[in-house]
Design a protein around this ligand. Structure first.
Ligand code: FES
Length: 343
């Protein structure tokens, strides 16, 4: 094959290697390799054994650090129940960081020493050749690969391979253990709030139970079930709005849900869970400030604009003998954004 340099000099003639030349080069390689092996660690079985033990010890130490990582992860408890949160977090980070560093360092050092002390390091040079592979090249490559595997001692050094695998297992298991940080399964908690049958509607601002006559027509108040807090029951805040009684158009099954024109809807937006913040008295619309979902109170909080896909859940309420508003039960559907199990 010839190439013509762009500067017009005499073309370079680069002969293709014949199969015989390739075989000869491979033979040369094997000869050099055997000499190197004879001069290397394997020529001294005691040194080879010593090096093998050293590398295995590093792998085993890496494995112990990996186990230490898992133990530290589970043993150091986080959260307010277990003392000072900051202190626990510092301890946890320190223990996890040190054990993980130790595991990676030992495994890495073991692999480096395996290569440096136990594998031969022949210098191989080869002429540049055409960019295609002949059958001989492919066979030679396959032979090289097999020889490489043999040199690495994967088959001959079960102690090394076993200790490497054992040392790596804890680190492979660690990501599975870390799934614990995703928290407990929600179970049925997404389907229920703190509202229960008979719970009084408590004004979130004053902490007082809401009585008939406290709200002017067209006004609203945020209420919570008695005994609940926003911090612990973030899905329970509910908006109580007073309409004119004739403005409430009951649908089948909800005829008694608006005593004296008072309606109660969950405050958590059904799009992404922001608290609904604005009520426009003239149009009877509730607005979510996050992405502008708009709910029409006169149509049972149906979505009239924005990305929310569901109406705000309505809470059935009634007036007790003393004129206080009470819930007839929990919401009749899950509150807040859609989730995977929601029917
Ligand atoms: S969270 Fe309310 S519109 Fe997005």
């Amino acid at each position: 094959m010839s190439e013509t340099p762009s500067n017009g000099e005499t073309p370079i003639v680069r002969p293709r290697r014949s199969p015989a030349a390739i075989r000869a080069a491979a033979d040369d390689f094997r000869t050099a390799d055997a000499q190197l092996r004879a001069a290397g660690g394997d020529a001294d079985p005691k040194a080879a054994k010593r090096n093998e033990l050293l590398v295995s010890a590093l792998f085993a130490l890496g494995g112990l650090f990996g186990v230490g990582f898992l133990v530290a992860y589970f043993a150091i408890k986080l959260g307010p129940k277990h003392g000072d949160v900051l202190d626990q977090a510092l301890k946890s980070n320190l223990a996890l960081g040190l054990t993980l560093t130790g595991a990676l360092l030992c495994l890495g050092a073991g692999v480096v020493l395996w290569v440096k002390l136990l594998m031969p390091h022949p210098q191989v040079t080869e002429d540049r050749h055409d960019f295609f592979s002949t059958e001989e090249d492919r066979l030679a490559a396959a032979a090289d690969f097999n020889r490489g595997a043999e040199e690495a001692g994967v088959g001959r050094r079960p102690l090394l391979v076993g200790s490497l695998l054992a040392g790596t297992v804890p680190l492979l298991v660690a990501p599975i253990a870390l799934l614990r940080d995703a928290g407990p399964m929600p179970g049925k908690t997404l389907r229920h709030t703190a509202w229960f049958k008979g719970s009084k509607l408590i004004d979130l601002t004053t902490g007082e139970p809401v009585k008939l006559g406290m709200l002017a027509v067209g006004s609203l108040v945020t209420v919570m079930p008695e005994g609940a807090t926003v911090e612990e029951d973030a899905t329970s805040p509910t908006i109580l709005i007073r309409l004119r009684p004739e403005e409430y158009k009951p649908v089948k099954g909800k005829e008694n849900w608006a005593p004296e024109g008072h309606v109660a809807y969950n405050k958590i937006c059904t799009h992404a869970g922001c608290p609904i913040g604005l009520y426009e008295q003239q149009t009877h619309q509730l607005f979510c400030p996050c992405h502008q979902s708009t709910f029409n109170v006169l149509e049972h909080c149906k979505v009239v604009f924005g990305p929310a896909a569901r109406p705000l859940p309505q809470l059935e309420i009634y007036l007790d003998d003393e004129g206080y508003f009470r819930a007839a039960g929990d919401f009749n559907q899950p509150v807040g954004p859609s989730f995977w199990e929601r029917g």
